[in-house]
Write a protein that binds this ligand. Structure first.
Ligand SMILES: [Zn+2]
Length: 643
């Protein structure tokens, strides 16, 4: 079988025409494939599945490409064209999964043929039939046409929500004196404007250091509030319509509500299990949260006498102070060990060693921006290319504001090379350790996409596992960014001295310090995500305040509307709990590794082969059990939380 070639991307000038041409050609071809399958299906079940999988591969790859470029391309017209493509892809996908003639091709496959399918093909058939019924294929014409309308509108709303969130960058201005406490390199990169003021945008590299280091509480508050206000008021109506339509969709295809519909294809299984899980974590974290908040409040009280709680606008700053004073961790010293270029190389060296891979830089290739670096991935001792990765790691105007992995091409053995992209917003100089952890996290998705992209079915390629499992490999990889021996392989300061092991130990202790209230803050987010969908509250701000009081360690900041820029309400909908669910699984997976030797090849190789490389070929619970030799459990997480 020949190895497929990577995708050739267009020059900046040619990109808009290229996207439009590729969109129209792919959609036409997918329609042809569907028509052939509908009118003259192959006589064998396996061939029917292969034809469908080819169609899914082409449609999914177009959607992935468009989803990426809509978020990273420097030319606005290209981003807009890609958003149009995403709408078209979703529209066609809905149309196909509601196509009764197509459905019958699968539903009417003769038993003697389906019974003879190999387990993976049988799983594909089962999942395909489920995709059809979840799309409402077995409902009457009026219902199906309403479902089409809903899906189209939901796609538009999703795009609008993320576009508004992304483009609504707010600016806080401060005099140089008001920025006392900020790191020197940050101040150097932020000269005063013609009015003698420094501009702090709501982008991470600006806002995060400001919230951590600025001594002036008014500036911290202004920056925090600006961040919480992005997307408001516009997104209030966008979200309400989104919640209402999702609910209607779920009920039209036979589910009680959106969370029930959404959970049915996840590890958690039932919608009602979500609030149970949220409350289980919230209760487990309660004692730890109280203990740590007391410490925080003690320190806070010295500056804000008589305060009964730490303000959300001050939380990062006082956390930072406690880290310095109690744990002797000074982030400004820590960051001197994390020069971007060294971290970048270190990440490749560490993951290469761990997973037995080698990354070859590719320089003679067109990308969407000069910041992007490209590598081909090979087995460390082999010449068969496994995939291609693209790293787009610094902020720029019009670019996605968070950190995420995007699929550029879905990998299928012999048919298409897996290609993935890391889109992040890191500084070009010194990095916060948090960002180093984020980089390892996102790289976990990338490597899952590549290693899982070697199978025979597009439907199970890469990160195509249950969504509440998908964060687990990434969360586990974060552990490598917390290990002194691992960090010392690349984290060196200007003098070339590696980060001291005792500093890393104190960083861990300092990080552990907040884990109880961090878990509670996460459960606050998860509760918004679940209850907003379950109840569709009339007054989102009021419901947010109630949930914040119930779960968050910090009181509500008056006049703010965090949900208006809570991007995960778009993609994750009612399932933000998945981050914590995955963390429970991640801690369980990590328990199999030897903490004193994180590079031990046997366990890493088993993990690579039994979990990552399998993509979605099995239920996540089974992948985990294959690796651990027992079913997954809550124990490792619970132990970690109180330790
Ligand atoms: Zn992630």
């Amino acid at each position: 079988m020949s190895t497929p070639e990577p995708l050739a991307l267009p020059d900046t000038e040619a990109a808009e025409a290229w996207v439009k041409e590729r969109t129209s050609a792919t959609l036409t071809h997918v329609r042809e494939l569907a028509e052939r399958l509908r009118t003259a299906p192959p006589s064998q079940a396996l061939e029917v599945l292969k034809a469908w999988d080819q169609l899914s591969l082409e449609l999914g790859s177009l959607g992935g490409l468009a989803g990426l470029l809509a978020n990273v391309h420097p030319v606005e017209a290209v981003r807009t064209a890609c958003e149009d493509t995403e709408v078209e892809v979703d529209r066609l996908r809905t149309e196909l999964t509601q196509d009764q003639a197509l459905y019958r091709v699968f539903a009417d496959l003769p038993e003697e043929q389906t019974a003879a399918l190999d387990p993976l093909a049988a799983r594909l058939l089962e999942k395909t039939l489920q995709d059809f019924t979840r799309a409402g294929v077995d409902r009457d014409d009026a219902t199906r046409s309403r479902l089409t309308e809903i899906n189209e509108r939901l796609t538009e709303l999703n795009l609008e929500f993320s576009r508004v969130t992304r483009d609504d960058v707010r600016i806080t201005t401060a005099t140089p004196e008001q920025l006392d406490g900020m790191p020197a390199d940050w101040l150097e990169a932020h000269p005063v404007n013609d009015k003698g003021l420094v501009e702090i945008t709501t982008d991470y590299p600006d806002a995060l250091p400001a919230r951590m280091f600025v001594k002036d509480p008014a500036i911290r508050r202004a920056v925090t509030v600006a961040g919480l206000e992005r997307g408001w008021p516009h997104n209030d109506a966008v979200l309400k319509e989104m919640f209402a339509l999702r609910h209607e969709l779920a009920t039209l295809v036979g589910y009680e509500d959106w969370p029930a519909f959404d959970a049915a294809v996840k590890m958690i299984g039932e919608g009602s299990a979500i609030p149970e899980f949220i409350d289980r974590i919230a209760a487990a974290a309660e004692g730890r949260m109280k203990r740590d908040l007391e410490v925080l409040l003690d320190r806070y009280d010295r500056d804000v006498p008589g305060a009964s709680a730490v303000s959300a606008a001050d939380a990062l700053y006082y956390e930072e102070l406690v880290r310095q004073e109690k744990y002797d961790v000074d982030s400004q010293v820590v960051r001197t060990y994390f020069d971007f270029a060294k971290v970048h190389q270190g990440l490749l060296d560490v993951t290469g060693r761990l997973f037995g891979l080698r990354y070859e830089p590719v320089s003679d290739v067109v990308t969407w921006h000069e910041d992007v670096s490209v590598f081909d991935v090979y087995p460390h001792d082999g010449d068969e290319r496994l995939g291609r990765i693209h790293l787009d790691l610094h902020p720029r105007e019009g670019k996605y504001k968070h950190a995420a992995q995007f699929d550029l091409a879905t990998g299928v053995k012999g048919r298409q090379l897996p290609e993935g992209v890391l889109v992040c917003n890191f500084s070009r100089g010194l990095m916060e350790h948090d960002h180093v952890v984020t980089l390892f996290h996102e790289f976990g998705h990338l490597i899952h996409h590549v290693l899982g992209g070697q199978g025979e079915w597009a439907r199970f390629s890469g990160v195509a596992t249950e969504w509440d499992f998908v964060e687990a490999p990434s969360q586990m990889l974060e552990e490598w960014a917390w290990d002194a021996e691992v960090l010392q392989t690349f984290a060196t300061n200007e003098a070339g001295e590696p980060i001291p092991a005792d500093l890393v130990a104190r960083m861990r202790a300092a990080d552990d310090f907040g884990k109880g209230y961090h878990a509670r803050q996460q459960m606050f987010y998860a509760a918004i995500s679940y209850w907003f969908h379950k109840e569709q509250p009339e007054d989102l701000t009021k419901r947010l305040q109630e949930l914040q009081a119930a779960y968050s360690p910090y009181p509500y900041l008056d006049g703010t509307h965090f949900f208006a820029n809570f991007g995960h309400l778009g993609g994750y909908s009612s399932a933000y709990y998945t981050y914590m669910w995955s963390l429970v699984i991640a801690k369980d997976l990590f328990s199999a590794f030897d903490r004193d030797d994180l590079f031990a090849p046997e366990v890493a190789g088993r993990y690579r082969d039994l979990v990552l490389a399998r993509g979605g070929e099995k239920d996540a619970a089974d992948l985990v059990a294959d690796f651990l030799g027992r079913p997954y459990s809550f124990d490792a997480y619970a132990t970690w939380l109180v330790s």
